[in-house]
Design a protein. Sequence first.
Length: 297
Amino acid sequence: MNGILCVNKPQDFTSFDVVAKLRGILQMKRLGHGGTLDPMATGVLPVFVGNATKACDIMPDNTKSYRAGFRLGAVSDTQDIWGEVSEKSDMAVEKAAVEAVIPEFTGKIMQLPPMYSAVQVGGKRLYDLARQGIEVEREAREIEVSELVLEEYDSSTREGVMSIACGKGTYIRTIISDIGERLGCGGIMTSLVRTFSGGFSLDECFSLEDIQNAKDEDRLEELILPIERVFEKLPKLRLGEAQTRMYRNGVKLDLSKLRGIRDDAECYGVYGFDGAFIGTAFADREGGILRVGKNLG
């Protein structure tokens, strides 16, 4: 089997736990995941199967979407309900006040990585330091939040739900914490569901039980998506029969003899003469050749 298996990650499982569980179900070692989810989060976790594992680190679509529950008036050491929570403020916060500050947290903004994160400082993971009670200086990083919408909010409980679309490296709990700080009352994340990741949506995902049942019924192949789904947003480059043979043998192809090369694109999804997906490639305009990115098929 080669391709993508989209998993709806259950709560209290790490991403590694999911891969380990699937190794047992699929009886395969060559598995990898695209985009770590914290144990408390649920939702879209693309798992790469077989030869598709080569694509784990070259996914061109790094956009992600979430639905996050939150509560205002509280803070915690982990910025979510699973840490050490303490009340900060009993001030009233109306829905209009929350909506008024949301624009400040959209677009390209600077975000300080939380101490409970996998970011490395001085060669050490921040969460390892945090567990020792050590807090260190961190540098704020630029992130991009393309959409932030207040879906639900109850002013009597100061609880609500936000939908967030963002780029790689964004911490949703930090956005909520920062919004709470901006409002002057604090805020913590109470739930997190990833609804979209790397081109895959929640309605394409299967539970671990679904996958086990498919294995028992000998229909696992039905659940596997083709690897080219990861690269479907890239411009397609279809090679002729001779070009396909040359390309697979490592021959650098002349850009001037290729159909589909565009002035506005550098990276391409490459397909053989038979329509089979081969991998990614880059147009080296200075050298006038097509350079292999990563061959997957």
